[in-house]
Ligand binder design. Structure first.
Ligand SMILES: [Zn+2]
Ligand SMILES: [Zn+2]
Ligand SMILES: [Zn+2]
Ligand SMILES: [Zn+2]
Ligand SMILES: [Zn+2]
Length: 334
């Protein structure tokens, strides 16, 4: 049993590694491509040809014999591998074989994590070479069994070289020593979100990521607390502004205008109206704050010898004859 196991691992390791080497040796223009990390580093990927039916049958028989407890999620194929599945596209229609995914964590697109569901797990050998990548789909509490870090405590979804896509216990795969592999430890990765430390300047701030050193200049962006007469704005960088509201007014309807400020204050307020005589027939009513304006006929009443406008106070002599025409002019709204 032990001998047969080792023979198998010679075979499966050949399947996992030889395709990469063969592909490298015949690297021609039409059988490689590049994909990019979130931070823009190009990563070489290979476009492989599929196994023959006989090769697939052989690999299937080996998996069936040595790893009966895996749950197959996609069938055997030489087209994509573990790294491509974990780092590039988590889909069985993936078309790339990725020899080396290290750019994803070397360029800080990803950072180390503790092995939560959704993290990428990587299996390293004692020289620091990344043998295998997968996705953590479950974690149990417990004690690491010493085989390969705490891999025994996670359930992993991973593509095994040129074999299939399997759901498996983290220490139940051909990469760990108990199954003939050379991985000695695992690391977990998650997408890196910058942790900026800010320096404030008059009109902008500079953020420097305390993890990866990325720098980002931005204008201040304030979130405001609104008080009756003023607002306080706070930027993520620590800069604070305290200022009176800077109101602007917009005509809303015949009764109200809206009062707005940069702080987000937005209220309806009655127009502040002032009416002035235009001529013997009309007056205009205007808001002193917004653009509201209406021209109306005077609203005359007879008082002794005068017609007096109830609204604007304009006086026209009653001795000059009847109320000046046009009487009853319809309001003109501008
Ligand atoms: Zn960063
Ligand atoms: Zn700022
Ligand atoms: Zn304000
Ligand atoms: Zn107004
Ligand atoms: Zn009037």
């Amino acid at each position: 049993m032990k001998k047969r196991l080792l023979m198998f691992f010679a075979a499966i390791v050949a399947v996992i590694t030889s395709t990469t080497c063969i592909a490298f040796s015949v690297l021609a223009e039409d059988n490689y491509d590049y994909v990019y990390t979130p931070n823009g580093t190009p990563v070489l990927v290979l476009i492989n040809t599929e196994f023959t039916e006989a090769e697939i049958e052989y690999i299937q028989s080996q998996i069936d014999y040595f790893f009966p407890n895996v749950i197959e999620q996609a069938q055997i194929t030489n087209i994509y591998n573990c790294h491509s599945f974990a780092w590039y596209e988590q889909n069985a229609s993936n078309i790339y074989w990725m020899p080396n995914p290290s750019a994803y964590y070397m360029d800080y697109s990803y950072e180390e994590s503790t092995g939560n569901v959704g993290d990428i797990i990587c299996y390293f050998d004692s020289t620091g070479f990344n043998l295998h990548s997968g996705i953590v789909i479950a974690r149990q509490s417990g004690t690491p069994n010493g085989v390969c870090g705490d891999a025994n405590l996670v359930t992993v979804l991973s593509k095994w070289g040129g074999a299939g896509l399997y759901q498996h216990q983290g220490d139940y795969c051909p990469y760990v020593s108990t199954y003939g592999g050379s991985a000695t430890y695992v690391k977990y990765y998650k997408l890196h979100i910058h942790t900026f430390v800010y320096t404030s300047y008059e009109d902008y701030h500079l953020g420097i990521c305390s993890v990866c050193g990325a720098q980002q200049f931005s204008n201040h962006s304030y979130s405001y607390t609104i008080f009756d007469d003023y607002h306080i704005g706070n930027c993520i960088c620590g800069k604070q502004v305290i200022a009176n509201h800077n109101h602007s007014y917009t005509n809303y309807n015949t009764i109200y205008h809206t009062v707005t400020c940069i702080c987000g204050e937005n209220v309806l307020e009655s127009h502040t109206l002032r009416t002035v005589k235009i001529d013997d027939y009309t007056h205009s009513t205007n808001c002193t704050k917004c653009s509201y304006s209406v021209i109306e006929a005077h609203d005359f009443r007879l008082s002794g010898l005068w017609y007096i406008c109830r609204t604007c106070g304009a006086r026209v002599s009653a001795l000059d004859g009847p109320i000046p025409q046009p009487y009853g002019l319809e309001p003109v709204i501008s």
